[in-house]
Write a protein that binds this ligand. Structure first.
Ligand SMILES: Cc1cc2nc3c(=O)[nH]c(=O)nc-3n(C[C@H](O)[C@H](O)[C@H](O)COP(=O)(O)OP(=O)(O)OC[C@H]3O[C@@H](n4cnc5c(N)ncnc54)[C@H](O)[C@@H]3O)c2cc1C
Length: 492
């Protein structure tokens, strides 16, 4: 069967997530002909599930809230929070323009959450409020970008192919000249482009790719992202001789619940996760490891401290333990970002047996959780003494609201999770993919999570420093490729 030829375009974008849509929107508005190829049946990529928290300094919205901020300060914060391990050039390149991205979204009537700009306590905090999110989280960004993208399609400037998976590249004398892929009916396709942009996102949904990059002992981490993140762009770039980072950094996301129906995966983040940040919910429970021992102050302010302590626990697992009195008193332990986990729903979940284990004694609870029973009983005794005395000598916890002693007892296991690829394709300042000799592979570009998050966050999480570089550098790349197309057409 001969491959269907889609013709020649100025820019071929692989992937229609935040990065790919932004490349396409800007390249098309600069006059380029653009083909976007997306393997899923809809656009949006990780925006369907992401919190969509983005960051930018010196914005109109900050000024309106009396917040004095600059890209230089944002840069310093990123380098501090990333322990100096982020890529200085790429960080500066994106943060200097992230404020413009925020202002651009505002000019398009983005539905900002009224509490923004804010400080976000799920990660180590910035020195000033410079994080924003929509009322509908990542879906707010998707709606806005999706509308602009749709406009470009309707104007005839962008052609979108859904359900088409790019698998290979066309080359000519070392230059990338197009892509090959599989259409939804199984037929092959080819498309030629002066520039091919890999905007394919990360690899975390495929453990065979992800675990090549994780440090040893972390293979047990749950997968907490959507299924499309299978590292296709990275794999394709490798076949073309691209250089790929392998820094060996990993910092987990906490609070994810193992999905009983899908081994190795977390329960969908949009349905349920445990709210572990004390800034958002007062902790009433204790967290123990497989030995039944606590391992960190549950009310500690530093997310990074908690995350790194969890990485040291066997199986990367922690077991959250509480009792009936706490269940009837505390705010719901489980949330999903939309506020529909009420105390009543939480009490029903305690009895439902889906994820939460209930038992009339701590010994039974420990056995059902797979935790050392003597260890757990001794830990609860010590914890109750700490509550009564108002002093936790072991871990220095200061929030000690209630003892644990009223059956039934409850337990919920949570495992460290990955949702964001740490390593990725190496690029230069123009987002040209570099080969292993450090030379650009002509015609091949990459942007978004395919670059790996380490370049923007080092060995940590830094607020908004995945989706904002995806949009900001995506827009810049789109403009640059659009300008290159315009200058080619003038000289032709
Ligand atoms: C639960 C969760 C919460 C998050 N919260 C935040 C946050 O608050 N702030 C933040 O900065 N980041 C956050 N992130 C990360 C952030 O959302 C992503 O890094 C970012 O959206 C990635 O954008 P992207 O366009 O590079 O990739 P994606 O959004 O993953 O898009 C890639 C697209 O490429 C397509 N594709 C892949 N391979 C092929 C192929 N072979 N052929 C054709 N198409 C292909 C995919 O189907 C997909 O549509 C979160 C992630 C998760 C999972």
């Amino acid at each position: 069967m001969t491959a269907e030829s889609l013709g020649r375009f100025d820019v071929v974008v692989v992937g229609a997530g935040a990065a790919g849509m932004c490349v396409a929107i800007e390249a098309a508005s600069a006059g380029a002909s653009v083909l976007v190829v997306e393997k899923q049946s809809e656009v949006g990529g990780m925006l369907h599930i992401a919190n969509g928290e983005f960051s930018g300094a010196g914005t109109r919205r900050q000024a309106a809230h009396g917040i004095d901020d600059t890209p230089e300060r944002h840069f310093e914060d990123v380098m501090r929070l990333s322990h100096g391990r982020a890529d200085e050039d790429l960080v500066w390149r994106t943060v200097r323009a992230q404020g413009d991205t925020v202002d651009w979204l505002e000019s398009l009537d983005f539905d900002f959450d009224p509490g923004t700009p804010g400080l976000v306590h799920g990660h180590e905090v910035y020195s000033v409020p410079r994080t924003y999110w929509g009322v509908d989280l990542g879906r707010s960004l998707l709606r806005l970008l999706g509308r602009r993208f749709e406009d470009a399609i309707e104007a005839g400037a962008v052609r979108l192919l859904l359900g088409t998976r790019i698998q290979g590249a066309l080359t000519d004398g070392g230059r990338v000249t197009g892509v090959t892929g599989i259409r939804p009916d199984g037929g092959e396709m080819v498309a030629h482009g002066d520039a091919v942009v890999l905007a394919t996102g990360g690899y975390d949904a495929d453990p065979s790719v992800r675990n090549r990059f994780l440090p040893p002992g972390c293979e047990n981490a749950l997968i907490a992202c959507l299924d499309h993140a299978t590292g296709d762009g990275l794999t394709l770039a490798l076949t073309l001789g691209a250089d790929v980072s392998a820094d060996g950094f990993f910092i987990p996301v906490m609070g994810l619940i193992p999905d009983p129906a899908r081994s190795g995966f977390a329960v969908d983040y949009r349905e349920a996760f445990v709210q572990v940040a004390p800034a958002y919910r007062t902790p009433y429970e204790i967290w123990v490891n497989q030995d039944g021992r606590r391992f960190v102050a549950e009310d500690g302010e530093s997310p990074e401290r908690r995350e790194r302590e969890l990485l040291r626990q066997p199986g990367l697992a922690m077991h959250i333990v509480w009792d009936r009195s706490i269940a009837e008193t505390a705010e719901p332990l489980i949330g999903n970002g939309t506020g529909d986990w009420t105390r009543e729903r939480m009490l029903a979940e305690c009895e439902a047996g889906r994820w939460i284990v209930a038992a009339d004694s701590l010994r039974d609870l420990a056995e059902r959780l797979g935790v050392d029973a003597d260890g757990l009983i001794a830990t609860v005794e010590r914890y109750n003494v700490a509550v009564r005395s108002g002093n936790d000598p072991e871990y220095g916890r200061v929030v000690l609201p209630m003892t644990i002693g009223t059956p039934p007892y409850y337990g919920l296991t949570s495992v460290a999770a990955s949702l964001l690829s740490r390593d990725g394709v190496r690029v230069d300042g123009d987002l040209s993919v570099l080969n292993r000799a450090g030379t650009p592979i002509t015609g091949l570009f990459a942007v978004g999570e395919v670059l790996g998050n380490n370049v923007f966050a080092g060995d940590n999480y830094v607020g908004g420093m995945s989706v904002t570089p995806a949009m900001t550098l995506g827009r810049e790349l789109g403009r640059a490729l659009g300008a290159a197309a315009a200058s080619r057409s003038i000289s032709d």
